[in-house]
Design a protein around this ligand. Structure first.
Ligand code: FEO
Length: 168
């Protein structure tokens, strides 16, 4: 495997792992704050991020590289409200989209068309990830606090209606 590609894929493994930790922390906060549906949505999202991490790990190893499993920094544990949570989700997903685009850029420069093909799945996935975070933020902005209880119940239904969950 081309060293520069292996290096950036290992950086992405760490980022996907952090994504999983971040959403786990948000899920736990939501669970203890009374938002059952939002908490479930975030727990499922944390699991998806773990699957993203595994996809990269398996790919690097199958291509003759070595996946590195590194320590992850502690994610934030306290949030002002659910709007802040989803604004942070969106900001983080935009950061991940930029990372995926960097991988595409390196693959093009190195003419690594196999990895370029592999990473296309993530290019498409990021469109969905940003879209679902934006959809929830839009709904939260439209609602008053009294309706937040009903939205919380709807959040998991929104997820079920979206794209099928990622698989390894
Ligand atoms: Fe793995 Fe949400 O990007």
């Amino acid at each position: 495997m081309i060293k520069s590609v292996e290096k950036i894929l290992n950086i992405q493994i760490e980022k996907e792992s952090y994504s999983s930790h971040l959403y786990l922390s948000m899920a736990s906060w939501a669970e203890t704050t009374g938002y059952e549906g939002i908490s479930q949505w975030l727990y499922v999202q944390a699991e998806e991020e773990r699957l993203h991490m595994l996809k990269f790990i398996h790919y690097v190893n199958e291509r003759g590289g070595n996946s590195l499993i590194s320590a992850i920094k502690t994610p934030p544990a306290k949030f002002k409200d659910v709007l802040e949570v989803f604004q942070q989700v969106l900001k983080h997903e935009e950061f991940i989209t930029a990372s995926i685009n960097e991988i595409v850029d390196i693959c093009n420069k190195e003419k690594d068309f196999t990895t370029l093909n592999f990473v296309q799945w993530f290019v498409a996935e990021q469109i969905q990830e940003e879209k679902s975070a934006r959809a929830i933020i839009d709904k939260l902005k439209l609602l008053g606090k009294q309706n937040l209880y009903l939205l919380d119940k709807d959040i998991m239904a929104m997820r079920a209606a979206a794209e099928p969950a990622a698989t390894v």
